[in-house]
Design a protein around this ligand. Structure first.
Ligand code: PLP
Length: 433
């Protein structure tokens, strides 16, 4: 597969790059997002066989077309089997409403899949010259950092530098970033998430740092973004067993996850409809209503992994359909307040005994709103984080105690290690050192 920059969309002889280059660069030199030159439709025979395939086999079929010039089949087989080495159960919440739980990975966030896949690809690309290090620089508001730290731990030839805002991540999240050591360094920034993000962006365009081979592990990177297609085929495989139609709601922030789902649909996934559910950061719901894309600064909410005012992957979604009318056929987007989110966490727990985290609750709201508007029944929402990651709010709203699972418990006794960063020049000094 070749990849082009979406800034060159209308250029008939646009330059293209390999998967390897797209992964190592993250963003194209013209600052556009990379996008596959084609989205191949899987043959009907393969789609039929997928109903009974293992998780690894599904992942292999989906990812092969996007990487095959750069990663041989047997290596890809190894990479995907390690990437999806945990459960993705479809759990019944109420009559015909199912939760696809994506939080059973090592850091209990759905970002584990993308982070593990990307880490293994970079490890493979660097296998011959591990001394020529690639440096992965990430800004995190919480979940991305933990998944990236865990996914990249001890990958040869890769150094990971994570910037997080002081006092703005939960204790569990901070432990996930700061206790691993080895090739993972955590930098605590005196500021908010946007300050971390700004420093990372500055570093990418700083010519003094060119020789450091910096790349990003955010969902702008194709190796983080595309493997998320896999969830949607698992959802389909399981939903079929219960005769549930594939109306699928995704709690969305940067819109990478839902966009991967829509790529899966283009490849042949028999999805009925996608619903992007957001918190009050409603740039996309407003666009769907007015046709005007008007980003604004993010507002802090209880579903903070989705506090994004200008979702970076939405431009990829726009590229999947001809125009807004054809997008509306397959995609809707709704926004929900914190009050509605809390009320849903409570009512779903009381009526069905299911514990939603705030992000999953937003997804649940999106699904039920869509089904009601269509007078339809039955669908799936994605539960993107384990409730323990948002322990304080969940315990307060539901009046319950959430037990800490073993993969989190083992971090509780480790020493936190991080360096303080006050300005961009501190970061630069650190990187050049
Ligand atoms: C990152 C994240 C999201 C949003 O995913 P996008 O791909 O950015 O839309 C939703 N829920 C949780 C728990 C997350 O960590």
């Amino acid at each position: 597969m070749r990849y082009f920059s979406l800034n060159q969309k209308n250029n008939s002889d646009k330059p293209t790059v390999s998967f390897q280059t797209a992964v190592k660069q993250s963003l194209a030199p013209d600052k556009g997002l990379y996008y596959p030159l084609s989205v191949p439709r899987l043959p009907d025979s393969v789609l039929r066989e997928m109903e009974s395939m293992t998780k690894t086999e599904i992942a292999l079929h989906l990812m092969a077309p996007y990487v095959e010039e750069d990663i041989p089949q047997e290596e890809l087989q190894k990479i995907v089997s390690e990437t999806v080495d945990f459960d993705f159960p479809l759990v019944r919440v109420s009559e015909n409403i199912y939760s696809l739980e994506l939080f059973h990975g090592p850091t209990m966030a759905f970002k584990d899949v993308g982070a593990r896949f990307m880490a293994r690809c970079l490890g493979y690309f660097n296998r011959k010259k591990p001394e020529e290090k690639t440096r992965v620089l990430v800004a995190t508001s919480g979940d991305t950092g933990g998944a990236v730290a865990n996914g990249f731990l001890n990958v040869e030839g890769v150094e990971v530098i994570i910037l997080y805002p002081k006092g703005k991540v939960s204790d569990i999240q901070q432990r996930q970033l700061t206790t691993l050591g080895h090739n993972i360094t955590a930098l605590e920034v005196d500021g908010v998430f946007d300050d971390c993000q700004d420093m990372v962006k500055k570093a990418f365009v700083d010519s003094d740092l060119n020789h450091l081979n910096l790349t990003s592990a955010n969902s702008i990177n194709v190796a983080r973004w595309l493997p998320q297609m896999i969830y949607y085929f698992y959802a389909w495989q399981e939903a079929k067993k219960h005769d549930i139609p594939l109306h699928i709601a995704v709690p969305s922030g940067n819109f990478g996850n839902i966009c991967a789902g829509m790529v899966a649909w283009k490849m042949g996934l028999p999805a009925e409809h996608f619903v992007a559910a957001t918190n009050v950061n409603d740039t996309v719901p407003r666009f769907m209503e007015t046709g005007d894309y008007a980003p604004k600064p993010s507002t802090q909410t209880i579903s903070n992994a989705m506090d994004v005012g200008n979702p970076s992957n939405f431009i990829r979604i726009l590229n999947l359909t001809e125009n807004k009318e054809s997008l509306e056929q397959i995609f809707s987007s709704y926004s929900f307040s914190d009050a509605a989110t809390k009320a849903t966490m409570k009512s779903v727990y009381e009526a069905h005994g299911y514990v939603l985290d705030p992000h999953g609750a937003v997804g649940y709201l999106g699904l039920t709103r869509w089904l009601k508007s269509q007078n339809k029944q039955g669908g799936v929402f994605l539960e993107t984080a384990h409730p323990v990651k948002f322990k304080d709010i969940v315990e307060k709203e539901l009046g319950i105690i959430i037990e800490i699972p073993p993969q989190i418990m083992q971090l509780m006794h480790r020493e936190k290690k991080y360096q303080q960063v006050h300005s961009y020049s501190d970061l630069k000094e650190f990187l050049l050192d």
